[in-house]
Design a protein around this ligand. Sequence first.
Ligand code: SIN
Ligand code: FE2
Length: 216
Amino acid sequence: MIGDLFSDFQRERKTEALAENAVLLRGFAVSEAPELIAALDRTLAASPLRHMNTPGGRRMSVAMSNCGSLGWVSDQSGYRYLRTDPLTNNPWPPIPLPFIRLAARAASTAGYVKFAPDACLINCYQPGARLSLHQDRNEHDFTAPIVSISLGLPAIFLFGGNTRGERPRRFRLESGDVAVWGGASRLAFHGVAPLADGDNALTGRRRINLTFRKAS
Ligand code: SIN
Ligand code: FE2
């Protein structure tokens, strides 16, 4: 049955190529979105959103938090994964089950079976917030893909190549869209253009992005 659902998704041609081994699953998380936001609120009560600083000392415009056994942080010491939230000194909250289920289902739809993320970075964009081009390269295991769920206000996702010099292509990400990249694109440069203002029924004047990784 579940296999049929996956192929239905493919047949309906909601899968769009971002690059080699990188796809956009349009609307994949739409029906689960309210459940994800409710679980997110509980998660953020334990480890709140905060603006981290880049190693160079700049305050990031995107507010972030994490759930999972490892959480991504940035400060003057660099980018890395930590087991403990430096804001609360507690372990990061667990990844909620609906998150895990959806991330694994998206990964397998994109051809990556048995995706078992141990880190979920929570990104919160307000109007004007952006994420400059970067690679996700603080993980130990580059064989696992990245699964990225968009909720709330739409954004322009920039997806480039494996060198900074390659001009990124632009994709509009709507609430419920899920991007999955791995294999030849695992270290692709990507980013998010400054968020346009708007009002979303689910998230208000915000865009939420959940990025799942196998970090250890
Ligand atoms: C990220 O690269 O961590 C986030 C991408 C996004 O917000 O879509
Ligand atoms: Fe990233």
